[in-house]
Design a protein around this ligand. Sequence first.
Ligand SMILES: C[S@@+](CC[C@H](N)C(=O)[O-])C[C@H]1O[C@@H](n2cnc3c(N)ncnc32)[C@H](O)[C@@H]1O
Length: 371
Amino acid sequence: MPTDNLLEAKKAKNDEFYTQYADIQKEINAYLEYDPDVFRDKTILLPCDDPEWSNFTKFFAQNFENFGLKKLISTSYAYESKKYKGPFQMTLFETEAPQFDANKAKTHGKIFILDHDTNQNGRIDIDDLQWEYLEGDGDFRSAEVRKLRDEADIIITNPPFSLFRKFMAWIVEANKKFVIIGNMNAITYKEVFPLIKDNKMWLGMSISSGDREFAVPDDYPLQAAGYRVDETRCNGTYPFKNYIRVKGVRWLTNIDHGRRHQPLQLMTMEDNIKFSRHKEIKGKEYQHYDNYDAIEVPYTDAIPSDYEGVMGVPISFLDKYCPEQFEILGMESSAGYDPEIVGIPRLKNGDARPAINGKTTYARIFIHIRQ
Ligand SMILES: C[S@@+](CC[C@H](N)C(=O)[O-])C[C@H]1O[C@@H](n2cnc3c(N)ncnc32)[C@H](O)[C@@H]1O
């Protein structure tokens, strides 16, 4: 059993997972495929980034002209403020700049801005990125980063895991477009699920299963904390010597993409019972919950196309969710929030989870097919 300290350390380490370039590219391409002008004349803010090390700034700076961006802003968080500090090392990029200030290097965040051809080589790219120290440490909750948020049209990042709920609230209160990467569990948060239910937020397109690789500073005892280290990739440059594989990662967004408008191909209830590849379905009957007027559908591909009532489906249904095909009614309340806030269908007897023959099921989302 991990001790509390280890859990804390693990949580803080999750704040320093750096996203791979290819993962960013794949996801952003999905929005561009759906609307080639999605970023045109837009100001994009990349908060909680560390542009000297991370790929979000690199990716958007390299594509500044391609995407027709108006302005790219990214901010980094001060070394001294990080919960988990690797060894401190400055880059030549910082120390050789005229604005370099040894007194601020550890304690101040930085702001990076790209909006014009500073070196006058005829194109706007990463070499035109200008930077300065922020007044404070770059905390996304600070007044100065909040102001940048308010200036931006779109916010894109991999936020610190330990502050995920606060980050979501910060984005939602600003009412901006966003694309962020996080853990699938976030779907059950009260800051997140009501928005998914109301089609104000959805899952991105490029990740729906498996694990993804993230770069981490090289001094984390990740194996001890239970992470799978990718031995074949542990040869990066400082500070990311290690790469780990993380399960349950998803993009969350409110920018449209094509996948979410493709309805799922489903079989009728009769055909499911005849042909389903799942032993729980084939040759059996769909089970009805004891405590709620809905049937249990343990796999998304086993949703019967001709069932008009309420169905309980696994959370992974959201990877396939098409709002024109289904309506989300709620989520079982064991996710730990007040059912009334999210309009969850009330279970009989105040039970937290739907049950079959007295046995509670896994976490379920309640849906029905739109007629
Ligand atoms: C999960 S990492 C992702 C970094 C980068 N966005 C990427 O994906 O490559 C989150 C970053 O947020 C920073 N951070 C932690 N707490 C923060 C806070 N309160 N405000 C701003 N940034 C923070 C961490 O130090 C880390 O650099």
